[in-house]
Structures are given as C-alpha cells and as structure tokens.
Write a protein that binds this ligand. Structure first.
Ligand code: SF4
Length: 151
C-alpha cells in the first residue's frame, strides 16, 4: 500500500537482503509484487493455504481456481479491472464446511461443500478436488455464469 516510488525502494532493499542470504516472509495482497520478488508463493484463502509452489510455477500454471481468479483480476493496460468470481470472502467466525471457497467457486462439485480438500502435489501443491484444474475451465465457467446473469 506504499506509493510506487517508495515501494520500489523498499522492494530493492528486500531483494538485496535476500541476495545476501536472508530468508524473508512477505505477506501481501499484491500477487504481481509477489511474482516479481518471491522464490516461492503460498496463496491463502479464508485462513488456509490453497496453493503453494515456486513463484514461476504458481503464476504460469495455477492449480487452484482462487489463484487463477487472482491472476485474472490483475490490471493490464488492455483490460479494465474486473472481478472474475463474484461474492464476498466468508465470515471468519463461521467458515463454510468443505472447501471454504466453494460458495464462490464457479467450478464447484457436489463434494466441495462437504469434503475439505488437502494440499496435494510434489513441488507445486494445491488443495482442490479438481485434480486436473485448468485456468481456461474457470474462464469458461465465469463466462457461462455471466451469460446466465445477463451481465
Ligand atoms: S475444491 Fe471445489 S470448490 Fe474448492 S476450489 Fe476446488 S473445485 Fe472449487
């Protein structure tokens, strides 16, 4: 949340410290900054890690629909900012059962409201019942939902 010039200076200092061998845990809502500076990224939703892997792998080939939605929401010069999934984050005092993202996930299955997905994978792990999730599946599902809603 710093202004761009100050943020660039802070990130340069952090990068130098990292290059000097210091381990840094950077907590941010800015996935672009994380992608530029981190070796590894862990994506959290509603208090749980839903995806974790090398920064390059998470950003290039997201394995969780929430990560794909975050990436799709990054602003570009060509596209206006648009939320790819609707709804609000859940109340932390009353998380939904099963996958905590299921209320908002356009790709949810029946079991998602019941079974808690666990992190699976070797170097790049994700907690999602859709083992073969593809970001284009999310794009299609969102487009379908928007068409049904007349948006
Ligand atoms: S487990 Fe189900 S609801 Fe949760 S992200 Fe995967 S598909 Fe969506």
């Amino acid at each position: 949340m710093l202004d761009p010039s100050l943020r660039a200076g802070v990130m340069a200092v952090l990068s130098q410290l990292r290059d000097d061998g210091l381990a840094i845990l950077l907590v941010t809502h800015d996935l672009a900054t994380a992608a530029q500076t981190a070796d590894r990224i862990a994506v959290m939703y509603a208090g749980r890690i839903v995806e974790e892997g090398s920064a390059a792998s998470v950003v290039r080939t997201p394995r969780h629909p929430y990560t794909a939605a975050l990436l799709a929401a990054l602003p570009t010069l060509e596209h206006k900012i648009e939320a790819p999934v609707g709804g609000e984050p859940p109340n932390p005092r009353q998380y939904p059962p099963g996958c905590r993202f299921h209320v908002r996930c356009p790709l949810r299955l029946a079991r998602c409201a019941v079974d808690v997905p666990v992190l699976e994978g070797a170097d790049h792990r994700a907690a999602c019942h859709l083992a073969d999730f593809q970001p284009r599946d999310l794009e299609r599902a969102v487009a379908r939902a928007r068409a049904v809603a007349g948006a």
